[in-house]
Each structure stands twice: as structure tokens, then as C-alpha cells.
Design a protein around this ligand. Sequence first.
Ligand SMILES: [Zn+2]
Length: 294
Amino acid sequence: MTQDLLVPMPASVADVLTVTAPRAPLIPLVLDSPHSGTVLPAEFQPAVDPAMVRISADTHVDDIFAAAPDHGAPLLAALFPRSFLDTNRSLSDMDRLMVAGPWPHLTRDSNTARRGMGLIWRKAWGETPMYDAPLSVAEAEARIRRYWLPYHDALRQLLDGAFAQYRRVWHINCHSMTDAGHAMSSDGLGTTRADICIGDMLGTSAGAEFTGLLREILMEEGFSVAMNKPFKGAELTEAYANPAIGRHSVQFEINRRLYMDEATRERSGDYPAFKAAMTRLVARVADYVKAEVA
Ligand SMILES: [Zn+2]
């Protein structure tokens, strides 16, 4: 049952995103899972097998945090694959090689676009191209309007709504990462990774007390934790954060070896215990948030 909320929840959008409203009184804690979508939209016509498209998905991450609304935190999740349209990229990360003809909007010199994983991914995985031919400008613009903008609108509405009520807000941007570095990643093929990587844009997107709490909980749960390595966070961590006024965002990257078989994409035998650990983490963070605003 959904509680009566002072703050309106954004609506779910068919085929684009789901918003799960709190099932307890709203607290200023927001979780989002931008990359767990695995359903290919009808307008997505990759030149590769859908299985290859799904390699980059943060499969199961939305489910891992499914209990967040029980603690008063809304949960937003995207339903489409990140390589179709990556909400964790700025619109200025548009890869100009992705469109036929000139792109009529400003772009920046984008490290992710250069690697083929910009706003619209040029590569499916490794060096394999995603498409046979570039998209039309109109197609790319429609994709941004239909998927990127509603996702950002929903996240902003959740964060701003909680902030309006409490003057503080904490945001966990939830992801997963491959066991080790791979051909497309910035840390290079085979680089070993911690169990969990917390990204706070090198200390600029969240206060040290919040990141310290997350580290402490994770270490008590027996996980190894890295800060900002290999991922410091990206658009969704950066865009709406401002710790100086009480808006904290972190990117939370879970090593997939902890809960799934990366070859089959299926949940491993460790999945239930891992999900239970993340549920305990959310409960403890919720207690912290409630104490902070009490
Ligand atoms: Zn991700």
C-alpha cells in the first residue's frame, strides 16, 4: 500500500521507466537504476544479436534494491538498454559519428563518445559496431526526447520533491560492473576490481560523512570497497548533486561476480544472500537519513 505523500511521485512511463513509490512515509533518500533495462525498444534495430546488446546491462540491479520503497525511498528504474540510449551521459556526450549529417546541437570533447559508449553507443561490445549505418538526426533526437528526457525529469522530480520537503536529499545511483576491466573500460582489460566501487566525483558530489557511512556498512558486511576507482561517477551522479546545500549523490557499482553469472546473465546461488545484504544497507542508510532530518 502506498502512503499518502505530500510530494507527488512522477508517473511510470510504459516501455521507458518505472517509479516505485515509497511503501512507508517518504524520506529524502532516492535510488535509481538507469542501466538494468534489458527490453529492446521497437525502434532499436541493432546489427548485432540482442544478447550482445545486453552484455553492458546492469542486469538485476533494480531487483537488488527492490526493498528500498519499504524504507521510504522511491526507486526509479529504466526499462531500455543503456547502449540504446545512455541516461548516465550528458546530452553533450552525443557521438557525432552516430548520425548521418551534421548534429545540430552542441557537443563536448567526450571521452565516452570516443570509446564508442557515448549518449548513443556506437559499439555494441569491444570493437563490434552496434549498427550497419548511422541514425538520422530525427531518429536520434526522438530517442533523446522519448527516453533520456523523461528519465532525467523523473529523477529530478524525485530529488527536488524530497529536497523541497526536507531541505536535504541523498541519492544512490545504482549500477553493476564486470568482474575485471574489459576492452571498453577506462581501467583496461583484466584490471582487478573491488567488490563495490563508490563514486563521488572525487569528493564533489557527496559529503564525506555519507560516503564514509556507505564504506563502513559495506566493510562490516565483508565487502572490499574502492572509492572512485575505476568509476568516479558520471552524469547522473553529477547533474543534481550539490553537497554544500545538502544534495548528496553517489554512484554505487556492484561487482557482478557477487550475484550473477556473467556468461549466462542468470542470478547465481549467492544472489539471495547478496540482495539481503543490500537490503540491510538500505535500511541502515534510511535510519541515518531519518536521524539527519529529525
Ligand atoms: Zn551502469
